[in-house]
Design a protein around this ligand. Structure first.
Ligand code: NAI
Ligand code: ENO
Length: 369
């Protein structure tokens, strides 16, 4: 009996970036498993049905989920709690309800209040982006990412193992955490950074002149730091409402840091400034070097350049005019490619696949490894 015989039907409530990505991966792994879903808009369901991802053609009602083996709650965190309430008494024996929400204490408290501890395991994939919706979902999103699991006190070891195994099948790295610790840690490494990003963007917007000088000259540092400010406003509204205690705790600590820096600048305390910059640099550098976390996949291709002037520029233009951004570019000479090839690194699997297809269409010889 194969592992997936443990489940025949999986339900998704919310089929956006995260729900859609998980559903796509499950569909690839287990094409004979039935997937049903509901979402905020019929359009999402029509699109997913059209892609043969789900078996329902219209939005589902709660009763349609009664025979699911797993139900994934993948809407904004406050909504997930509302759906959890509706699911009480409407699921079959043995069903595991899980969520992918960025905050865990709130939903666990509701699980306890509803006496649903035996059928709920919290989850949070530490993967994603500022993009939203099924159109941006892809089956590789979770690859090598940590997937935090927050069992309840009544989660049986067998069920936890079963779910951990599914998460591993999805390509992610399961990590069990206490839900309070989860919310403190994510407030520091995810929620506060988002608040810093959006407040910095709004500060620049407010401070800019009529010619938009600041916006025009905004450099890499500003863009790196603020990419996440383009994320879903509703998702972040929900996260801030749900994890308010931990977020405020971190904002207070951050204010103290800013106050200290302000003081050091005002008092021209060069040593203190240098010490803080050095300490941050050392810690940040150590994240890249010593992080034992999942190995990042590299999305690269090699191609023979056509023998013409401006060859590299032509390749770059073909990709750019199709909205494909190059992460890295370089000429490689080695034993494998004695005559030299152009190496291109893309940001993700989808861009890589699209680049390969596009460049082949333009008659380039591509080598994938
Ligand atoms: N975006 C990210 O990078 C990450 C998000 N998360 C969490 O995943 C969850 C989903 O986020 P995304 O997939 O990014 O958002 P998304 O905006 O791409 O998708 C949300 C989905 O929920 C549906 N939805 C919204 N309100 C609904 C309602 N009332 N009834 C039914 N469906 C409704 C939408 O139609 C959509 O299908 C959130 O709880 C978020 O905190 C977790 C990890 C990463
Ligand atoms: O875009 C990014 O880099 C993110 O960090 C995305 C993200 C958003 C919310 C989460 O709960 C987890 C990950």
């Amino acid at each position: 009996m194969g592992e997936h015989d443990l489940f025949q039907k999986i339900g998704f409530i919310g089929l956006g970036l995260i729900g859609g990505s998980i559903a796509k991966k499950i569909h690839t792994l287990y094409p004979d498993v039935t997937i049903i879903a509901t979402a905020g808009h019929q359009k999402t369901i029509t699109e997913a049905y059209g892609e043969h991802l789900i078996s329902n053609q219209n939005l589902c009602e709660i009763k349609d989920f009664y025979d699911c083996d797993y139900i994934f709650l993948c809407t904004p965190v406050k909504r997930n709690i509302e759906y959890l309430r509706q699911l009480k008494g409407n699921i079959k024996n043995g069903c595991i309800i899980t969520d992918v929400g960025s905050v865990k204490t709130d939903i666990h408290e509701e699980v306890t209040a509803l006496a649903m501890e035996d059928c709920f395991i919290g989850g949070h994939p530490m993967a994603g982006s500022e993009k939203t919706g099924l159109k941006n979902a892809n089956e590789y999103l979770l690859e090598n990412a940590y997937y935090i699991l927050t069992p309840t006190t009544k989660t049986s070891p067998e069920r936890l193992e079963e779910f951990r195994s599914l998460v591993t099948q999805l390509g992610a790295v399961a990590l069990v955490l206490d839900y309070h610790l989860h919310d403190y840690a994510t407030a520091a490494i995810s929620h506060l950074p988002h608040i810093i990003a959006y407040s910095l963007v709004n500060l620049v917007k407010k401070s800019d002149d009529a010619d938009e000088t600041m916006k025009t000259i905004a450099a890499g540092g500003f863009k790196d730091l603020t990419r996440i400010a383009s994320s879903s406003p509703v998702m972040w509204q929900n996260i801030c409402q749900s994890n308010s205690e931990q977020i405020v705790r971190l904002i207070d600590a951050y204010e103290e840091m800013l106050e200290k820096t302000k003081h050091d600048i005002l008092s021209s305390d060069a040593d203190a400034l240098l010490q803080d910059f050095q300490s941050a640099k050392d810690y940040r550098d150590s994240i890249a070097i010593t992080n034992k976390g999942p190995i990042k996949e590299i999305y690269e291709l090699y191609l023979d350049l056509l023998d013409e002037a401006g060859g590299i520029a032509t390749v770059a233009t073909i990709l750019a005019s199709n909205h494909l951004s190059i992460k890295n570019i370089g000429i490689i000479h080695n034993r494998e490619f004695e005559d030299g090839v152009l190496r291109l690194e893309m940001y993700d699997r989808i861009s890589l696949d699209a680049a390969v297809q596009l460049l082949r269409k333009h008659h380039y010889t591509i080598y994938e490894r």
